[in-house]
Design a protein around this ligand. Structure first.
Ligand code: UT7
Length: 335
């Protein structure tokens, strides 16, 4: 899907937030039967940052910090936003949405607000929805947050799932740009295949668990993952999604400044890099420091890249994610 409107969409500012508790691989060695060497080799993670609940840290707070920093960078106030979208599966309450509570926290009322649950694709799905709503002519300024704080939903007595994830939020402010119609999303894809849902899910009740499901030792209410199946899906899909984005836009790897990818597992990213021929400097990695932060990861990478001056005005950027659902998404931007 490509867009042609007489106005563009400007990525006006980015922000991110990480919680303060650092959980190293050495910490895991004291918690479960694992080694730092195994974790690094199989995932690329050296440490992850997780909520310190004794300090009141929570997903909502990470989201508030990330969008506040994005608004500061954009030079706008909450009252300038007319919509706020939070891509997350870990909002504190079923109702109201974190987006609604954030509207109050940043003084954005009466901006529209909703949470969007597309698991690890939360940020890229939300980015695509936001671009489309601005292109529709109905919205001028939208805050988009991708955040997950999965640590309260991990069973730290189980070693395969818990070692992978960290908590984080990334945010962006998008504004209609009447002077630069070429700016914004030039291609987007949001897709899913529910047939694979039971490979990555968080049961609320025992009856949510399919018969003969693996990892039935993981507590109800915690994330369960059939890592090998998700890995097989991800390693193929990740490559396909990038190739599709390049093919549909007619872009070559050389034309793209950065591929901002969900930090799922270093081996999945390295596999796509090798198969497509993506150079190291165009594929940002922070899974070593931050782990896999689900919907938080792409926005977090974007903010770190922008603040390091590695994404600037005029660049072409490809965002890619995949995750539970199963879901996958891409978004190609002229920044
Ligand atoms: O972001 C959402 C999308 N999610 C993903 O993309 C995750 C995709 N999957 C993965 O990243 C990987 O599957 C994991 C990192 C989760 C697991 O790595 P793996 O190489 O697929 O391990 P495995 O589950 O196939 O297990 C291999 C072996 C098993 O032992 P046996 O049966 O061969 O004796 C496991 O019991 O490794 C064992 N194992 C561990 N050993 C030491 C599993 N976890 C650990 C551990 N430490 N933490």
């Amino acid at each position: 899907m490509t867009h042609t409107t007489p106005f563009g969409v400007r990525l006006a500012g980015t922000g991110s937030a990480l919680p303060t508790r650092v959980l190293t691989n050495a910490d895991f060695e004291g918690m479960v039967d694992t080694t730092s060497e195994w974790i690094v080799k199989r995932t690329g993670v050296h440490q992850r940052q997780i909520l310190d609940e004794s300090k009141g840290e929570c997903a909502f707070e990470l989201e508030r910090l990330a969008i506040t920093r994005a608004m500061e960078a954009a030079g706008i106030e909450g009252s300038d936003l007319d919509l706020l979208i939070v891509g997350s599966l870990t909002s504190e309450m079923r109702c109201p949405s974190n987006a609604c509570r954030l509207v109050e926290a940043i003084g954005a009322q009466p901006a529209g607000a909703f949470d969007l649950n597309a698991a690890c694709c939360g940020f890229v799905y939300s980015l695509n929805v936001a671009d489309s709503l601005i292109r529709s002519g109905r919205h001028r300024a939208i805050g988009v947050i991708g955040c997950d704080a999965l640590s309260p939903f991990l069973d730290y007595e189980e070693r395969t799932v818990s070692i992978l994830f960290g908590d984080a939020a990334g945010a962006v402010v998008l504004v209609r740009d009447d002077e630069h119609p070429e700016r914004g999303c030039i291609y987007q894809k949001i897709e899913s295949d529910g047939r694979g849902w039971e490979n990555l899910y968080m049961p609320s009740r025992e009856s949510d668990v399919p018969p003969n499901a693996p990892h039935s030792d993981v507590r109800v209410g915690c994330l369960r993952m059939n890592g090998r199946e998700v890995y097989k899906f991800a390693v193929t899909k990740f490559q396909q999604v990038i190739e599709d984005a390049l093919e549909q836009t007619g872009l070559a790897v050389d034309d793209v400044a950065q591929f901002v990818c969900h930090q799922s597992n270093i081996r999945i990213i390295e596999s796509a890099k090798a198969k497509i021929g993506l150079p190291d400097e165009k594929v940002y990695i922070n899974i070593d420091r931050c782990g896999n932060s689900s919907a938080g990861s792409v926005g977090l990478c974007l903010d770190e890249l922008v603040r390091a001056g590695r994404i600037t005005s005029g660049d072409t950027v490809v965002f890619v994610a995949f995750g539970a659902g199963l879901t996958w998404a891409s978004s190609v931007w002229r920044v």
